[in-house]
Design a protein. Structure first.
Length: 703
């Protein structure tokens, strides 16, 4: 099922996107479309608005309401990690970023994808790029990003289906016609991994610019047999078309090749210790590749005073191959044996997503309105197979570690599916003077899946159509201009085909979607323009809930209704002129309703994170970070056999030094105290080991 990626798909995808761009522009002029409520560029430094930042502080967000709105006026818990913080922490993956976001835990993802848990809800699909769905299972890079936004709570009005605990949105770097620059970075760590990246921006004219981001990485970590590489390139052309209109066209190519690693097994209900570096796969058989091509076209414009429109078209072609051997149960003893299993899983996905909105800003008497009308269309075609592996020895001896051989003769799954979605929504942001705001809206989603299970003879077709209405209501009171108190109610749903549309059993075809309902109250205080404090209390209920079976994670079980109650606190910005922080705390109680002894997976009761940067003098800076989380369960705790992952504290540090106005050298040290810890898992038998103390040296320059 592997396909060749190269010049032909690039040309075809680019031509296709240009055609879609012209069509979407026509649609923008003919119907109520386009989102984001972004006004045309007011100056040559901005063609496409991505949100204002001040060091670690993000002042506003386009994603949370699809309009450019100050974060203090959004009735929702949001964490924004700016480019400045990404660079200071030397983050290279979403996992690196999200470990510093309380309320979120990073999953193992079977060693081949981003997978997270937000407010007790596990997901592989609730990822977005500039507000457009990006739900394929892969590792997302940070090389071309301006910021990462984590929006908490289910808000189908903005995101559509899924997003039960929230979503992660990546905001892409955009071209600027203000000036030319070239930024480069070379980095290496103590495990032998290294990367080189470049960020080139050049004006094409007074009103157009071109930006090119590229990265090459050689991968490495503390685990035996782990290696890989990733290459990605992202050219982006944007132009101010005049008369309040702008357009952008972006193409990204990703080539990722690495060893998937499912970690270590458990022993007596805990991760086995003493095997931090031991690989439990088979070298050569554990292999995953991804080739992805993503074309994004966007048009923004002002139709009339107070009336603006924006349309985004995203086309993605993904070809992924995944083969692995992994622990398939607990170890029999500290020097005993570990059962193994294996499978091979190739997937292709083709996405066409169109999002278009119309923003009307109008006053009616004493009230001012920002009324958003939007439509979305999606067509996602997938193919997936799974072949079960046969091992020459189905157990691995800890006393005498010898890797078995493996073949994949048995076809266990062979499905094709096509998902078509159509959505329409309306939202009104109402200001009642300077003190009160209301955010209210409704969204209608039609989700249709059709496919075939090709294992039976004859093929078994499957299909289902769901039509859902999702409300959102937020109330904001501002006793003073820089302090807001809010209350909100929101809902979302997840169809029975799940995150990835792999299959739909005869039983699932007759079941209603899972539903997520969130109620939240909170406070946001912008103490100074560069310092924001937030607090939120929430309750998230999930009905018709399913979860991976702890005994057989390939299957799902119905668990009824779950509830997550929690508190989130955050402080971001400058404590003093020289001292910046990003701090957060989360308390979460995630259980089965009616049986609190059943705990949800990978949801620690408490999390705390703190990152500091202190400027010693104009050239020298110091960084210090701390991550703490209490114990958690690797899979849903339905019995005493659940694997318990112990609490840990990890300390990180950094030193920054400007060699000149253009060149900086940076040293980051992870796990300064050399803590032994287990940060994440996939299930009771696949648990990741934390890396020992390690260092990363980075040299960056800008011209």
């Amino acid at each position: 099922m592997r396909r060749t990626s190269g010049a032909i798909p690039f040309v075809v995808g680019t031509v296709y996107a240009m055609r879609l761009l012209l069509v979407s522009t026509a649609l923008s002029l003919a119907m109520p479309v386009a989102a984001v409520g972004q006004e045309a560029a007011a100056d040559l430094g901005t063609i496409i608005v991505t949100g204002e930042t001040r060091g670690y502080v993000a002042v506003d967000s386009v994603t949370a309401t699809k309009t450019d709105t100050p974060l203090i006026d959004v009735p929702q818990s949001i964490t924004v990690v700016t480019r400045a913080q990404l660079d200071d922490q030397a983050a290279y993956s979403l996992g690196d970023v999200l470990r510093y976001v309380p309320g979120v835990t990073v999953g193992q993802g079977e060693g081949n994808r981003d997978q997270i848990t937000l407010r007790g809800q596990n997901t592989t699909a609730d990822f977005f790029l500039d507000g457009v769905r990006d739900d394929v299972q892969y590792y997302r890079g940070l090389y071309n990003l301006e910021r990462v936004e984590v929006l908490k709570g289910p808000y189908a009005l903005i995101f559509g289906r899924g997003g039960g605990g929230g979503i992660v949105n990546r905001v892409q770097k955009t071209p600027s016609p203000a000036a030319s620059f070239l930024a480069t970075r070379l980095s290496a760590n103590s495990f032998g991994a290294f990367d080189v990246s470049a960020d080139l921006n050049t004006p094409v004219s007074e009103t157009a610019a071109f930006r090119l981001n590229a990265v090459y990485e050689e991968l490495g970590n503390h685990r035996d047999s782990y290696e890989g590489h990733r290459f990605a390139v992202n050219p982006y052309l944007a132009a101010d078309l005049g008369h309040g209109w702008s357009a952008g066209l972006s193409y990204e190519y990703i080539d990722d090749d690495r060893v998937p690693d499912r970690g270590v097994p458990s022993l007596n209900g805990r991760p086995i210790e003493g095997y931090r570096d031991q690989f439990f796969g088979v070298p050569g058989a554990n292999h995953t590749t991804l080739q992805a091509q993503i074309v994004k076209a966007r048009v923004d414009g002002e139709i009339a005073p107070g009336l603006s429109v924006s349309t985004t078209v995203l086309y993605g072609d993904f070809d992924k191959f995944y083969s692995n051997v992994y622990p398939n149960g607990p170890a029999t003893g500290q020097t005993g044996t570990v059962p193994l299993a294996a499978y091979l899983d190739p997937t292709t996905r083709e996405n066409l997503l169109i999002q278009s909105n119309l923003l009307w800003e109008v006053a009616t008497g004493p009230l001012s309105h920002r009324i958003l009308f939007g439509v979305e269309y999606g067509d996602q075609s997938s193919t997936n197979q799974r072949r079960n592996g046969v091992l020459s020895n189905p157990t691995f001896s800890l006393a005498n570690p010898v890797f078995p051989t493996v073949t994949f003769p048995t076809l266990a799954r062979d499905t094709v599916s096509d998902v078509e979605t159509l959505s329409a929504y309306v939202q009104d942001q109402i200001s009642l003077g300077e003190r009160f705001d209301i955010v209210a809206g409704l969204r209608f989603d039609r989700f249709r899946i059709e496919g075939q299970d090709r294992i039976p003879n004859p093929d078994r077709p499957f299909s289902r159509t769901d039509e859902k209405v999702s409300p959102r209501l937020g109330l904001i009171f501002k006793p003073v201009s820089d302090l807001s108190l809010y209350a909100s109610y929101s809902r979302s749903f997840l169809p029975r085909s799940g995150d990835q549309f792999l299959s739909l059993s005869t039983v699932q075809e007759n079941l209603e979607p899972e539903r997520f309902t969130n109620t939240e109250v909170g406070v946001k205080w912008q103490v100074r323009p560069n310092l924001i404090l937030t607090a939120a209390l929430f309750q998230l209920d999930r009905t018709n809930a399913t979860t991976p079976d702890p005994v057989n994670p390939a299957l799902t079980i119905n668990v009824g209704e779950t509830r997550t109650e929690g508190l989130e606190l955050a402080a971001t910005g400058n404590i003093t002129r020289r001292w910046q922080i990003s701090a957060g705390y989360a308390w979460q109680d995630a259980v089965l309703v009616g049986n609190s002894s059943v705990r949800l997976a990978q949801t620690p009761e408490q999390q705390f994170s703190l990152w500091n940067r202190f400027e010693v003098n104009p050239r020298l800076g110091l960084g210090l970070g701390l991550i703490h989380q209490t114990d958690q369960f690797a899979a849903i705790r339905t019995s005493a056999a659940a694997t318990w992952m112990p609490a840990f504290v990890r300390v990180d540090a950094a030193v920054f030094y400007d060699l000149s106005d253009r060149v900086q050298i940076q040293l980051n040290i992870e796990n300064l105290s050399d803590e032994t810890y287990f940060p994440d898992a996939h299930n009771n038998a696949n648990i990741s080991t934390g890396a020992p103390r390690n260092a990363r040296l980075t040299v960056s320059a800008k011209f």
